[in-house]
Design a binder for this molecule. Structure first.
Ligand code: NAD
Length: 272
């Protein structure tokens, strides 16, 4: 592991990463495990990716299990949380990461494409956050484990603030996550539950492969990133560790953009 057991920032904590089987979720799972958390790596369809993440964590000396669940289905989510409680007793950290894109020009977007993205990206985050909060409150404070009674991290996007033509369903889901996160943070703060988001910019994962996997595409993408590099899942893993740890104990209700400056209106860098 990267840190010695005594200095691991998330030791003795149980974390659930939805969609932990791929891309950013895999990066977050590895990072949380390296800080001592036992990680539940959720996947929706094929177990291979999740098993690979679990094996990597175990090889590095950490603890992880894979659990199947479609986050858009209430019964599925409730049974995943029951399984976590049975196996580990409780949960301390939820990373609401699962997300999909079903792109189409607005005029051609079908109701099915709209509903599918909202169901996974927004309703899925609501269902998992609600079950996590219920579990945090049932268990109560454990100050010897963490200053907060529970931590929820929502994977949002720069598209919670940047409109995105051709991706209206996706941008709407991320804008929705912003006020879901803030409203839940406001409601749960008295319970000492912290709720925050991460707003990734362009991160190299399967969801946006066509935007970075040829030199021409990568060059075009880089014009939107003042910091001059495309992000890696480990960049988001580091942000998630900080938001889950006591180092951010006074932070709730915010979106931490990890985007190489994508939200800085790069088009105005040379005076507009
Ligand atoms: P990805 O396609 O690699 O990962 C998506 C994950 O979501 C997969 O693990 C998949 O199994 C899971 N998932 C899909 N449908 C699900 C369902 N019904 N139930 C449970 N899990 C389901 O893509 P990624 O880039 O790693 O995306 C992860 C999150 O990061 C998403 O919320 C995405 O919107 C967000 N994000 C990504 C980027 C980027 O540049 N890659 C930028 C901003 C935000």
């Amino acid at each position: 592991m990267s840190t010695s057991a005594s200095t691991q920032r998330l030791r003795n904590q149980i974390a659930l990463v939805t969609g932990g089987s791929s891309g950013i979720g895999a990066g977050v799972s590895l990072a949380l495990a390296a800080e001592g958390a036992t990680v539940v790596v959720n996947y929706s369809h094929s177990p291979e990716g999740a098993e690979e993440v679990v094996t990597s964590i175990e090889k590095a000396g950490g603890k992880a299990v894979a659990i199947k669940c479609d986050v858009s289905q209430e019964a599925d989510v409730q049974s995943m949380f029951a399984q976590i409680r049975e196996e580990f007793g409780t949960l301390h950290i939820l990373v609401n990461n699962s997300g999909i894109q079903e792109d189409a020009p607005f005029l051609d977007m079908t109701l099915e494409q709209w509903e599918k993205v909202i169901a996974v990206n927004l309703t899925g985050q609501f269902l998992c956050a609600r079950e996590a909060a219920r579990e945090f409150i049932r268990r109560g404070p454990q100050p010897e484990v963490s200053a907060a009674t529970g931590k929820i991290i929502c994977m949002s996007s720069v598209h919670e603030v940047i409109p995105w033509a051709g991706h209206v369903n996706y941008a709407t889901s991320k804008g929705g996550i912003m006020l879901l996160m803030k409203s839940v943070a406001q409601e749960l703060a008295p319970h000492k539950i912290r709720v925050n988001s991460i707003g990734p910019g362009a991160i190299k994962t399967p969801i946006n492969k066509e935007a970075w996997d040829t030199p021409e595409a990568a060059e075009k993408l880089l014009t939107l990133i003042p910091y001059g590099r495309i992000g890696e899942p480990s960049d988001i893993g580091k942000a998630a560790v900080w938001l889950a740890s006591d180092e951010s104990d006074y932070v709730t209700g915010v979106t931490l953009f990890a985007d190489g400056g994508m939200t800085l209106y790069p088009g105005f860098a040379s005076n507009g």
